[in-house]
Design a protein around this ligand. Sequence first.
Ligand code: FAD
Length: 417
Amino acid sequence: QNSYKFVVAGGGAGGIGTAAALKRIYGKDATVAVIEPSQTQYYQPLWTLVGAGAVDFETSSQPMEKMIPKGCDWLQTKVETFHPESNSVVTSDGDKISYENLIVALGLELRFDMVEGLPEALHTDGVCSNYSAQTVKDTWKCLQSFEGGNALFTLPITPIKCLGAPQKIMYLADDYFRKSGVRDKASIQFCSALGVIFGVKKYAQELSKICEKRDLNLNFRHNLVKVNAAQRTATFDILNADGVSTGETKTMEYDMIHVTPPMSAPPALRQSTSLTDSKGFLDVHQYTLQHKRYPNVFGLGDCVNTPNGKTAAAVAGQLGVVMNNLYAYIYGKSMNASYDGYTSCPLVTSYGKCILAEFDYNAQPLETMPLNQGKERYFSYLVKKDILPEIYWTGLMKGSWYGPGTIRRILHLGMSK
Ligand code: FAD
């Protein structure tokens, strides 16, 4: 079969959630294809804890075969290019797949290649990254073998998924080094291309206090451009307040370095400019999530150009909006659902503590629980470690979790947005 009512591009958080919801809403007669090349699906948010040795890598994955919702066709291939003018996509097998409606959820491409020397440096002593399935286990090895010296944690200038993850692993490393008795021999450096520790004031204030108290050094406007594994050095481009290079560079020695790689929109999108903005991201209306030029195309997740924090939590908030507005579009009704930019970032600050940031497009807190989530709490750590993975596998991946909005309004007795 090469013609479907719905084609879903990508089988990650957004794609599988979408396919499951489509099957539930439109029933067995609606044809749905999921185009996804991978054999395995990962719950990536757990990788922060995998890197810190707090949970096993295996608990973060499921076979893709099990994830594809019943009744959907799994096309195990890649979208090579999109052709929205003819309502079709071409796959890397050369097949043309036509659709009535297209939902794009391709995530982000990790760009280790954008840092000179980094691809070669991966898997060498002291170099690790929680961001990929291939490198996350190296982080735990790095923490265990660290005997003191410089520990660097980087954050690039490009858009990335989970903006908090580059610093979460620093807090966990600090905690681990205290337990393993090497902390007084360590200098911990957070090297971020951005100018603030976090984009939401309420949480940024708490995190700054934690960094000060625990002697975690903050180096802002530092963008990693080169890693020399032989000499164990990392070179940073120093940026100005607009994020532009000043031409100045700084080289630091490392005994371990946790790299958050630059990221970009996936190649299939970058090569299909009729669907993207100038940066290669899917060009959708930020409130309706409908494509700006092709009304039968919707998008969600990391690959869309909405200005929210790119997380699985955001995917849940977007899924309900896409389902409601797609339905309205198909039946010629007005689209009433609006995405408020909801995203969440459980900022794990040690083994057993977490600040549970939740906020909207305006960087205003939008907390689910009627207590101050800006404080470090054990309960928030349990939410991150045990409750959210369960919600992901049994709620979002079944297409039935649209985020905590309703729970939030009930817990706040109707006083919250
Ligand atoms: P993905 O889940 O990445 O899925 C994209 C899919 O598209 C992949 O399966 C890929 O194989 C497929 N694909 C790519 N190209 C093609 C193609 N050409 N054709 C077909 N398929 C293609 N989120 C949180 O909510 N909370 C957290 O605490 C958190 N922490 C994180 C920590 C780390 C270390 C990482 C890496 C991520 C974290 N996230 C967190 C982010 C979260 O995992 C992502 O935001 C979420 O997975 C986005 O879903 P998505 O569907 O857009 O992309």
